[in-house]
Design a protein around this ligand. Structure first.
Ligand SMILES: [Zn+2]
Length: 379
């Protein structure tokens, strides 16, 4: 086994320059989620690369987003879903402001860390399989998403259907800065709170009015209390609109609320309490709409076991793989909520997702390929 392991590491060292080159090529194909044509260029790039290897690919055609790409390899009845996305948060033209460059062991460019380099890793795993550089214990099913950054509206159903076919899911979203994989992600809920009061003249008949703003003041801290009584849960009221003039009692207020939760159960309890908020002022009414749009990735038994296997592979390859948590969601959150063991953050080390200093650590490309391939040998 040790011999095989070092053979795998030799192989990944050899292909490292190609991986960097391909990553930069894919970064050069700018692909914001909203630009269907541009995303499809990146899809075509991956498709061509996989077709050349003899991998079976199929497109899921979309009108409102770029197409999604499914790739399959192997005939083992057990399967692993490799999950990633080709869309980025960067507009076309961002390349001019964030030029592609390699400097002091880091490669920079829009979308390189989140997650063009991870997509290249997924492609390279098929090459490992095609060249029989090592023998995977399961079939591979890969899903290259096109609208992950905008909430996976067109793709969620497709990827969940694929996940049902699979025994586990490996997500090639970026690792945490420093290289940790992600074994827990918070769930994200979006809510809109509305308060209806009654307008009145601030001087002549103030007492006839019911102030939606005053009502909100009563609800604000209660809301924080409700959320923060759950460990790890947070609330941000990012937008508040209400009132018309200083001399008019405000009859309406609207607040947009972002809630993050560590478990789905907490999310459900919080949601129930939000939706049954009682007004403090007589005559005021409160309405809350919205829901959890990404479930949390909970560090359950399946996640822990998958991480333990990956950490074991890293140890044999001479390094220590660590785990961590993040407040953001990913497609891995959907598959984990389905109860399918999911390991997220297998993409290269780097920093600056959605930020101007976005980069990867170049040496980590081959190390991550060896890790994922080694893991696929023993699932
Ligand atoms: Zn991402």
């Amino acid at each position: 086994m040790l011999n095989e392991m070092s053979r795998l590491q030799d192989y990944t060292q050899q292909v490292a320059p190609r991986m960097l080159e391909e990553t930069l090529e894919l970064v050069a194909l700018e692909s914001p989620s909203e630009d269907r044509e541009r995303v499809n260029q990146a899809v075509r790039w991956v498709e061509k690369r996989l077709d050349a290897l003899g991998v079976t690919t199929a497109r899921v055609l979309q009108n409102e987003a770029g197409d999604q790409l499914i790739a399959r390899w192997g005939n083992s009845p057990r399967a692993t879903l490799l999950l990633g996305h080709l869309d980025t948060v960067w507009e076309v033209g961002q390349l001019a402001r964030m030029p592609i460059r390699v400097e002091k062991g880091k490669a920079y460019g829009p979308g390189i860390y989140d997650m063009k380099s991870g997509a290249v890793l997924m492609v390279e795993l098929f090459e490992v399989a095609a060249r029989a550089a090592c023998k995977f214990s399961t079939s591979l099913v890969a899903f290259f998403n096109s609208d992950e950054e905008t909430g996976s509206r067109t793709s969620r159903g497709v990827l969940e259907k694929l996940a049902w076919e699979c025994d586990q899911v490996l997500v090639f979203e970026p690792s945490l800065p420093g290289g940790k994989v992600k074994t827990s992600r918070k769930g994200v809920g979006d809510y809109r709170l509305e308060i209806f009061g009654k307008s009145a003249h601030a001087g002549a008949n103030l007492r006839d009015g019911i102030s939606a703003i005053e009502e909100f003041a009563h609800q604000l801290f209660l809301l924080q209390e409700i959320v923060e009584s759950h460990p790890g849960a947070t609330v941000n009221i990012g937008v508040v609109r209400g009132g018309t003039r200083s001399n008019v009692v405000a009859d309406y207020l609207q607040a947009e609320i972002d809630i993050r939760v560590a478990s789905l159960k907490d999310g459900e309890i919080i949601e129930q309490r939000l939706k049954s908020l009682k007004p403090h002022l007589a005559g005021a009414t409160i309405q809350v709409a919205g829901g959890i749009n990404r479930p949390p990735l909970e560090r359950d038994q399946g996640v822990v076991q998958l991480f333990a296997k990956a950490a074991g592979v890293a140890r044999e390859q001479g390094w220590t793989l660590q785990e961590g948590e993040t407040g953001g969601g990913s497609d891995g959150s959907f598959t984990a909520a389905m109860g399918i063991p999911t390991l997220d953050g297998l993409g290269p080390d780097g920093d600056g997702a959605h930020a101007l200093h976005e980069h990867i650590v170049v040496d980590d490309l081959s190390r991550r390929l060896a890790l994922a391939a080694g893991l696929l040998e023993r699932l």
